[in-house]
Design a protein around this ligand. Structure first.
Ligand SMILES: Cc1cc2nc3c(=O)[nH]c(=O)nc-3n(C[C@H](O)[C@H](O)[C@H](O)COP(=O)(O)O)c2cc1C
Length: 225
């Protein structure tokens, strides 16, 4: 049985569905709650990082988000560095990498996009991924729907002084345009401190983690609706 350490195990039960994992003991505002195997199943959250950089600050933020929601939801990261640039010549037959990405996206209850801001917008690699996801699942039937239509999405960003506000706003707009369902409030944006650029390490303060926990709670509620 696992006992909460106050950080890795969430402090309330938002987001849990019929659970098939091992027994857990959760600390909540109301005291400890014990769950048995078969009580709940966890929701699935797929994290998408908008940077391919090896030491990406956004990847570091995504790891912190993963720590916060693990135990609350099943978390995985989307690997898409091998996705080709959108080219309609490649759409049919559907490339294997696109099939894999679509099935990971449709298999998740929620997507959490964690992205840098590039020139007051989202990076091209993320736009390319979203362009692929926006296309009809059956290329011969435009009404077959897309992998991202109706998907619930949380948005976070680490960037410069803007804390990614321009990028987050534009990303929300893009997602809405293609029929996804971005959670507008709360989103989280963090500003890199001067040290980050020399250390390549993202430092999150306790209040930053609290903001992420509030967002995580809200998102698990949002995808449970
Ligand atoms: C092409 C490019 C454009 C950028 N434009 C912005 C910007 O408009 N606003 C901002 O806050 N930071 C901007 N940045 C800085 C990035 O936010 C910063 O490099 C960040 O660390 C990148 O995220 P990553 O570490 O996850 O790769 C830009 C960086 C690049 C490479």
């Amino acid at each position: 049985m696992l006992v909460s350490d106050g950080y890795h195990i969430p402090y309330h039960l938002n987001g849990l569905r019929l659970y098939t994992g091992p027994a857990y003991k959760f600390r909540t505002n109301l005291g400890y709650i014990e769950t048995e195997e078969g009580d709940f199943a966890m929701m699935k959250v797929l994290i998408i990082v908008g940077s391919l950089r090896r030491k990406s600050f956004n990847r570091q933020l995504a790891d912190a988000i993963s720590d916060i929601i693990s135990g609350h939801a099943e978390v995985s990261f989307l690997e898409y560095s091998d996705l080709p640039m959108m080219n309609q010549d490649l759409e049919y037959p559907v490339p294997a990498v696109v099939q894999r990405i679509r099935s990971e996206v449709t298999g998740a209850d929620g997507l959490w996009i964690v992205t840098p801001e590039y020139n007051h917008s989202y990076p091209g690699v993320l736009k390319n991924l979203i362009d692929w996801l926006s296309r009809p699942v059956d290329p011969l039937d435009r009404r077959s729907g897309s992998a991202i239509r109706g998907r619930k999405v949380a948005i976070s960003s680490v960037a410069g002084n803007s804390s990614g506000s321009f990028c987050r706003e534009r990303l929300s707009e893009l997602l809405t345009t293609i029929g996804a369902d971005p959670m507008e409030d709360p989103q989280t944006g963090f500003t890199l401190d001067a040290d980050a650029f020399t250390s390549d390490i993202l430092t999150l303060r306790l209040e930053d983690l609290d903001r992420l926990k509030v967002q995580a709670d809200a998102f698990l509620d949002f995808i449970d609706d």
